[in-house]
Ligand binder design. Structure first.
Ligand SMILES: [Zn+2]
Length: 291
């Protein structure tokens, strides 16, 4: 669990200390990223699967999902990578445009989650099993890409600028105090795993994977495809996310709202869909880049 943005300005140094040990959460949480990478790795073609196996460190035991949150874990050390986890869009416009929105706080173009996906996909295309030097960097490229394709599908990672993607909107998740962003990163998914899957994340992975092959079959080609034959196409994913943020995440939520069964049960289907799309598209991107 790592800080998504700079900690908000606080007058009281005590609060500063508290916030530095209990950071804001960001990106899908551990379970969200785990699910996405699990779904993706099972869909790799032979070449991409063996490249991923080759690039993963030995201790990962060829389990991409086990390192799918690595990019969050190193964020505080590699501070330059923080703005690569999200993109801010203009308040209440419910739209995303790469040229307008993909930049960091200093206005540097391309420094956002969509730019990062393009960059790390391009790096992976240089994969050559013979070069140890290249492989070392490409391990990071693989882990960053796998994480960021997940992040861009989290609707509030393409949220409004002023509320920092829902990070400044205080809500109650049932009786727990949290922020709206965290509800979408973790609470909805974790509550579903606990309530419907006997606290076993693998059962939810299997349920979503089954839906992909049995329920969403007719849509899979559309999910996988990139227009203009590009290797990666993150802008469409970002547009879908801000639309979902407006239609589902922000909808009916005010500062101090209590979100319980009504919100949980109605938002669960769109979240399952985003996790499935992210997994399918991560696999498709890796297949194009490495296969
Ligand atoms: Zn992230």
């Amino acid at each position: 669990m790592v800080v998504k943005r700079e900690a908000p300005f606080l007058l009281c140094s005590f609060l500063l200390i508290v916030i530095s040990v209990v950071p804001l959460v960001n990106g899908w949480g551990r379970n969200g990223h785990f699910i996405i990478c699990r779904i993706a790795q099972a869909r790799l073609n032979q070449k991409a699967a063996s490249a991923v196996k080759d690039l993963l460190p030995d201790y990962a035991d060829n389990n991409l999902a086990s390192l799918c949150s690595w990019a969050d874990e190193i964020k505080s050390r590699l501070r330059w990578s923080s703005p690569l986890h999200y993109v801010d869009t203009p308040d209440f416009q419910c739209s995303y445009a790469y040229d307008r929105d993909c930049k960091n706080a200093a206005g540097e173009k391309g420094v956002c989650v969509a730019g990062a996906i393009r960059n790390y996909t391009a790096q992976l295309r240089s994969y050559s099993a013979s070069s140890f030097e290249a492989q070392y960097n490409l391990t990071e490229a693989l882990l960053f890409l796998s994480h960021f394709v997940g992040d861009i599908h989290q609707p509030l990672h393409v949220g409004f600028t002023t509320d920092k993607g829902g990070n400044t909107i205080d809500v109650n998740w049932y009786t727990w105090k949290t922020v709206l962003h965290h509800v979408w990163d973790d609470n909805i998914i974790d509550t579903a795993i606990e309530r419907f899957y006997q606290s076993d994340v693998e059962s939810l992975v299997n349920a979503i994977a089954r839906n992909i092959t049995e329920g969403w079959t007719s849509q899979i080609n559309t999910w996988e495809r990139c227009n203009y034959n590009t290797t990666s196409c993150p802008d469409g994913y970002a547009s879908e996310s801000i639309t979902a943020a407006c239609n589902w995440a922000y909808k009916g939520v005010d500062e101090g709202s209590t979100l319980d069964d009504d919100y949980f049960l109605s938002r669960l289907p769109p979240i399952y869909l985003r996790l499935a799309e992210a997994g399918v598209r991560l696999a498709a991107t890796l297949n194009r880049a490495l296969g």
